[in-house]
Design a protein around this ligand. Structure first.
Ligand SMILES: [Zn+2]
Length: 406
C-alpha cells in the first residue's frame, strides 16, 4: 500500500515537472505565461530571472515596487528580449508581434570602487573599477540548437570585454572605448553601446584614474552593482563567467600602463584558507596571490616585497621549506612573532599569514576542521567566518576551503 502511494506521488511530481510547474521557484517571483514557460524551460527561465532586476516597468517607466512583475518576451526569430512590466501594464506573453518597443525606460547602475592591488615588484598598485549592470530590467536571449539561452555575456564579448583571470589581469584596452572625468563624475563609453555609463567616484579613485590614464570597467547583468558590498562577490561573479572586464583609457592623451599583475584582498573583508588532512592542518589569512608560473626564487622575492615594502627588516629573511609540503615555504618574523607561508595552490601562489597550525595530527571530518579554524580566526582576529567554499588545493594531500570573514 505504501508502495502504490509513493508511486502515485512520484507520478504526480513528474507530471508537474513536465508542465514546468513547481520545478521553477522563479514562478513565485515572476509572472510567466505558458508559452514562455514551455519555450524556455525551468533552467533557462531561472537564468533569465538571475539576469533581471525589477527596478522600473518597461511600459510605463514607473517603479515596479514589490509586486510580482510580468515577463514580456519579444521574439525576433534568432534573438529575443525579455523584460519586466507591471502586470497591469502588460500581461506576461511570448510575443512574435510586439505591440510597442518599450525603449527609454531601461535602467543601468554603476558602482565605482578601488581594487586593492600590488605590482610584481611589490609596490601598491590599486586599480579603479567601475562595475556596471547595463540593463537591469531586460535580458537578451539568443536562439540555440535546442531552444533559447541568455546572451548577455557573448554580446559583451563582442564589444571587446573579456573574462578576467582570478588575479584581475586586464591586459588590453577595449578598442574604441573612452572614459572621461568631469568633477566627481566618471563616464565610460563603449563603441557600439548606446548609453554612456556614469558614476561618482571618490577623490582617491579619480586621482588614480588620472594617474593610470584609465580604469577597469566590469560589466555584468547577473548582479546589481548597488548590492556589491563584498569583495567576494566579484570573485564569484568572475568564477561564474558572468563578469567581463575591459581596460578603458581616459580620453585624450592616454598613457600605456603595465597590466595589473597581482591583487591583494582589501582591508574590509579577509579571506582565509583552511587546509587540512589527517596529519596536518593550517588556517591562514590570504595576504596576496600571484601567478602560479613564477619560479621559487621569484616567489620568495615577491613575497618578501609584499611583507616588507615599507622597511627592510634587520633580521635575515629566510624562507624555509615546510617539512611535509612539497610546495610551501615559511618565514618567521621574530620581532612581530608572526608566521608566514608562501604556498603553491592550483590557482596561483599565495602569501599567507598563518593563524594556527597543527603538524603530525589533523582532522577526520570537515566539520571538526572548520570548527577549529573558526575558533582560530575569532580569537586571533576578532572576525567571524561567514562563508566557506571549496578552494584550489596544494601539492599536499588534503582538503582546502576558503573562508571569508568580516
Ligand atoms: Zn507599468
Amino acid at each position: 500500500m505504501g508502495k502504490s502511494k509513493r508511486a502515485r506521488g512520484r507520478r504526480e511530481r513528474a507530471g508537474l515537472a513536465a508542465a514546468g510547474v513547481g520545478a521553477s521557484p522563479v514562478l513565485r517571483q515572476l509572472e510567466v505565461d505558458d508559452t514562455t514557460r514551455k519555450l524556455l524551460g525551468p533552467d533557462v527561465l531561472e537564468r533569465v530571472w538571475d539576469n533581471l532586476w525589477p527596478v522600473d516597468c518597461q511600459t510605463c517607466g514607473r517603479p515596479l515596487g514589490s509586486e510580482r512583475p510580468a515577463l514580456y518576451v519579444v521574439d525576433l526569430l534568432v534573438r529575443a528580449s525579455a523584460s519586466l512590466h507591471h502586470r497591469a501594464c502588460r500581461a506576461p506573453e511570448w510575443s512574435k508581434q510586439p505591440r510597442l518597443a518599450g525603449a527609454g525606460h531601461l535602467s543601468w547602475k554603476t558602482n565605482t570602487l578601488m581594487l586593492f592591488g600590488v605590482s610584481s615588484t611589490g609596490e601598491r598598485d590599486d586599480r579603479p573599477l567601475m562595475v556596471v549592470n547595463p540593463n537591469l530590467e531586460q535580458v537578451t536571449l539568443a536562439a540555440t540548437e535546442t531552444g533559447w539561452d541568455v546572451a548577455t555575456v557573448p554580446d559583451f564579448r563582442r564589444l571587446g570585454l573579456r573574462t578576467p583571470r582570478r588575479d584581475f589581469i586586464v591586459d588590453a584596452p577595449v578598442a574604441g572605448a573612452q572614459a572621461r572625468i568631469h568633477r566627481a563624475e566618471v563616464s565610460v563609453r563603449l563603441e557600439g553601446w548606446i548609453d554612456a555609463w556614469t558614476g561618482t567616484a571618490t577623490r582617491e579613485v579619480q586621482d588614480r584614474i588620472h594617474e593610470l590614464g584609465g580604469l577597469i570597467v566590469g560589466v555584468t547583468t547577473a548582479a546589481n552593482p548597488d548590492d556589491m558590498t563584498r569583495y567576494e562577490q566579484l570573485f564569484s561573479l568572475i568564477d561564474s563567467g558572468e563578469l567581463l572586464f575591459g581596460w578603458i583609457p581616459l580620453a585624450p592623451g592616454t598613457e600605456d600602463r603595465q597590466p595589473l599583475d597581482t591583487l591583494t584582498v582589501p582591508d574590509s573583508v579577509a579571506s582565509y584558507l583552511l587546509h587540512w588532512g589527517e596529519r596536518h592542518a593550517s588556517i591562514a589569512q590570504v595576504l596576496a596571490i600571484t601567478d602560479h608560473t613564477l619560479g621559487e626564487s621569484q616567489v620568495f622575492d615577491w613575497a618578501t616585497a609584499q611583507l616588507f615594502s615599507e622597511a627592510t627588516p634587520r633580521w635575515p629573511v629566510e624562507w624555509r621549506r615546510v617539512g611535509e609540503d612539497p610546495a610551501a615555504w615559511y618565514l618567521l618574523d621574530p620581532l612581530a612573532a608572526r608566521f608566514y607561508f608562501v604556498r603553491r595552490h592550483d590557482d596561483g601562489w599565495k602569501l599567507l599569514k598563518v593563524l594556527a597550525r597543527i603538524s603530525g595530527d589533523g582532522f577526520a571530518t570537515e566539520r571538526e576542521a572548520r570548527e577549529w579554524a573558526e575558533q582560530a580566526v575569532r580569537t586571533r582576529t576578532n572576525q567571524r567566518v561567514f562563508d566557506w567554499s571549496p578552494a584550489d588545493g596544494t601539492g599536499l594531500p588534503g582538503s582546502t576551503l576558503k573562508g571569508v570573514a568580516g
